[in-house]
Design a protein around this ligand. Structure first.
Ligand SMILES: Nc1ncnc2c1ncn2[C@@H]1O[C@H](COP(=O)(O)OP(=O)(O)OP(=O)(O)O)[C@@H](O)[C@H]1O
Ligand SMILES: [Mg+2]
Length: 330
């Protein structure tokens, strides 16, 4: 049996709406090992958030799984009942915007304790009624994790309202909330984009340390290769709903092999002196091009690229790659 904590295999998902059938994910394929930080990278609109929601068992309304599997330690996350048991307990979630994640009229303690009441903690006594003593246990655990994320005076912090914290502190509190149930996997959807760069650096360092201290694996969504270099062990690159390349962070950053990965890297301000960008736009999932979805923007595209979707191949250096021009390396 595989030792993957999360595996997404051949996942194809479409959503039927007024405008037609949106083919949002088209054979997404990667796996995360226990304790590993995996980056998920791709331009805006390539399906990252849809994928995260699907892993949490909350796909968009009207979504249809056309093929593939999503499993957490071998358990089927595409089964809504199974996913409901797992999310918020064994899989934690850190949202993108710490300014929007809290309700302004309740204290942060009340809000997170309410979530813990619903999810329970793994060491709660079996069948215990939610009473003062169970709430006290949850509070003690929350104070412990607030201390781990370096919130000063955690006991007192629980009684404060969201507006009494800075954005960085709020994000730390959300991270504490995600860690409280001792998950073995955390999904983070661009958790630092709403923060200034200095705070972003501090939060990334903290996440890196926590992942190691708590031995928690992370799937970290970002479109920033600078963030990838700081925090990720491996990276999976997506383009318009298709997985194009997965490898270790040094492999991807120092030697990208898929043309899209290379062009995306070249857009990074630290790597280029001119702002070139990638010509063209990500295709709409309503009208995806045939074959490799990057072909219309790819300088290396040939007829073979549009005749069939390139399969994901294991290359000799251990990465997965979906490009017909790279098949000779497999
Ligand atoms: N419910 C839906 N119905 C139809 N299309 C949708 C739905 N949800 C998302 N999409 C489309 O699916 C594509 C992927 O969206 P998604 O939000 O997953 O991208 P993303 O990679 O997270 O982008 P960003 O980096 O901007 O957050 C987009 O083209 C979006 O318009
Ligand atoms: Mg998104």
């Amino acid at each position: 049996m595989s030792d993957d904590i999360l595996s997404v295999r051949d996942l194809k998902l479409s959503v039927k709406g007024d405008a037609g059938l949106a083919q949002i994910l088209d054979h997404v394929d990667f796996a995360v090992k226990p304790g590993e930080v995996m980056g998920l990278v791709g331009e805006s609109g390539c399906g990252k958030s849809t994928l995260i929601r699907t892993i949490l068992g909350l796909p968009p309304k009207g979504a249809r799984i056309d093929s593939g599997t999503v499993a957490f330690r071998g358990r089927n996350l595409l089964d809504p009942k199974e996913a409901q048991q797992i999310r918020g307990r064994e899989i934690g979630f850190i949202p993108q915007d710490p300014f929007q994640a809290f309700n302004p009229v309740f204290t942060v303690g009340a809000q997170i304790l309410e979530i813990l009441r619903w999810s329970g903690l793994p060491d709660d006594p079996k069948g215990a009624r939610y009473d003062k003593s169970l709430r006290a246990r949850h509070k003690a655990r929350l104070i412990e994790v607030l201390r781990a994320v370096q919130i000063p005076d955690p006991e007192e912090a629980l009684d404060r309202y969201p507006h009494q914290f800075s954005g960085g502190q709020r994000q730390r509190i959300l991270i504490a909330g995600a860690l409280a149930t001792r998950p073995s996997l955390i999904l983070a959807d661009e958790p630092t984009t709403a923060l200034d760069v200095t705070t972003q650096m501090q939060i990334l360092r903290l996440l890196r340390e926590l992942a190691a201290d708590y031995n928690v694996a992370m799937l970290f969504v970002t479109h920033d290769f600078g963030v990838v270099a700081q925090i990720c062990d491996r990276v999976s690159v997506m383009y318009a709903g298709q997985t194009v390349e997965t490898g270790t962070t040094p492999q991807i950053i120092d030697g990208p092999r898929h043309p899209y990965t290379g062009m995306l890297m070249a857009c990074h301000p630290e790597r280029s002196t001119e702002i070139t960008g990638i010509p063209g736009q990500v295709s709409s999932p309503l009208t995806p091009p045939p074959g490799c979805r990057f072909a219309p923007r790819c300088p290396r595209a040939t007829e073979a690229c549009t005749s069939a979707r390139p399969g994901l191949l294991n290359s000799r250096d251990g990465r997965q790659l979906a490009c017909v021009h790279e098949e000779e390396f497999a």
